[in-house]
Design a protein around this ligand. Structure first.
Ligand code: S3P
Length: 447
């Protein structure tokens, strides 16, 4: 848990952002690469692994359950798995720090492995809802005990049944974490486990389970997207080159669009259709973003992005796109503040249960910087400052939330007065190279 804080300040960027940078590995894919290689038979090599503290917590958890992991160099790991049925109960609690993805996916792993484990996390993670995962895992036979039955949160103990029962589950929330937890538990269940969702969420688990040799079927019946895994599967070790994280790319992307004269290339960005919503919205706002050299890597679409400063205009952002950019709203809100005219974002209720209540953190932070807005229960209307410029001058409470910290540092690069954030330590969870990467593009923050 974080004991000290590191404030930082961003001032109007005097020079444009320029140059090329390669983005660090995708967080979602890094978690899944470690989990699946730990459950596979044989030794997998992972390159480009994101070594943020969220992902390292998942690595630690899978080692506590018997997987062997060796770090060979920067982002270069070798993992020897135990086979799908081979995980053992951890002796100590599994500590997921700030990571909802790690905690929720590994709950699925534990439920399917017929073992018990204690799940703990930091203050932010311990306030986040877990029933969305423990409810379907209970239907599969898991026993869950937490302090309150009304609102299930960490710390909790989860024990998988000797044999998990396959289920057919319609997820009440649009959540890739829920879908993935059920599929991971279903790996060991006899028969077929099905998850139905609407709208479709990121499908990295499905893509990577297929790469490791599991049988995954997917189809859409118009209203629902349906994924089925055939259980009692054997996973085979596979080498994974993790593509770059579009959610981290969001910060230099918005900075380059809003700081006059900027022209950057962000290399190696994963463009899964359920992750590229921000790029589509920014292009709709008039953002000059060119997709270069599209290719396939680790079962995912990858490309380089050239991003040039643009005069953005406000737009309507339908709730239908929310699942494909759920982590990008803090960055989009900064772009909306620099655009001309109103940007109205809908379908934002899930932001209330992220690392912080992000909807309120964004709204409070923008207000502290003189941006006009209206915060609804499920929507946010931001009146962009356009040529008049964002006033700035605010001190932001980051609320243990990495994306709030990075977003407001980006705002400070184009606001008229410096923007300060109370803490930057959480940036380590998802984007440990944020400051050095921004420096390569010519941007310096005061710390
Ligand atoms: C993630 C799914 C999303 C996202 C999170 C990563 C994943 O969460 O916000 O950062 O890797 O599956 P939800 O499933 O809660 O939407």
């Amino acid at each position: 848990m974080t004991t000290t804080t590191q404030p930082a300040r961003a001032s109007l960027s005097t020079a444009p952002l320029s140059g090329r940078v390669s983005m660090a590995g995708d967080k979602s894919i890094s978690h899944r690469a470690l989990i699946l290689s730990a459950m596979a038979t044989g030794t997998s090599t992972i390159t480009g692994l994101l070594e943020g503290t969220d992902v390292l917590a998942t690595a630690q958890a899978m080692q506590q359950m018997g997987a062997q992991m060796t770090r060979l160099g920067d982002g270069h790991w070798q993992v020897t798995g135990v086979g799908t049925g081979g995980l053992r109960a951890p002796e100590a609690a599994l500590d997921f720090g700030n990571s909802g993805t790690g905690a929720r996916l590994v709950m699925g792993v534990v439920a399917g492995a017929g073992i018990g484990a204690e799940f703990i996390g930091d203050a932010s993670l311990s306030s986040r809802p877990m029933a969305r995962v423990t409810d379907p895992l209970s239907l599969m036979g898991a026993q869950v005990s937490a302090a309150s039955a009304d609102k299930v949160t960490l710390p909790l103990h989860l024990a998988g049944p000797p044999t998990a029962m396959p289920i057919d589950y319609l997820s009440p929330v649009a959540s890739a974490q829920v879908k993935s937890a059920i599929l991971l538990a279903g790996l060991n269940a006899p028969g077929k486990t099905t998850v139905r969702e609407a709208p479709i969420t990121r499908d990295h688990s499905e893509n990577m389970l297929t790469l490791f040799g599991a049988e995954i079927e997917r189809h859409s019946d118009g209203a629902q997207h349906i994924v089925t895994i055939t259980g009692e599967a054997q996973l085979q070790a596979t080498d994974i080159a993790v593509p770059g994280d579009p959610s981290s790319a969001a910060f230099p992307m918005v900075a380059a669009l809003c700081v006059p004269g900027s022209d950057v290339v962000l290399e190696n960005i994963m463009l899964n259709r359920q992750r590229d919503g921000l790029i589509r919205v920014l292009q709709d706002m008039g953002g000059d973003i060119t997709i270069i050299d599209e290719r396939q890597q680790a079962g995912e679409r990858v490309a380089d992005l050239r991003v040039r400063h643009s005069a953005l205009k406000g737009v309507e952002v339908s709730g239908a796109i929310a699942a494909s950019m759920i982590d990008e709203y803090p960055a989009l809100a900064m772009a909306a503040a620099c655009a001309t005219g109103p940007t109205h974002m809908h379908g934002l209720h899930e932001l209330r249960v992220k690392e912080s209540d992000r909807l309120s953190a964004i709204a409070d932070g923008l207000k502290a910087n003189g941006v006009e807005l209206t915060e609804g229960d499920d929507d946010l209307l931001i009146i962009g400052a356009g040529e008049a410029g964002v006033e700035g001058g605010g001190l932001i409470e980051t609320r243990h939330d990495h994306r709030i910290a990075m977003s407001f540092l980006v705002l400070g690069l184009f606001a008229k007065n410096p923007v300060s954030v109370d803490d930057t330590t959480m940036i380590e969870t998802s984007f440990p190279t944020f400051f050095s990467l921004m420096q390569t593009l010519g941007v310096q923050f005061e710390r």
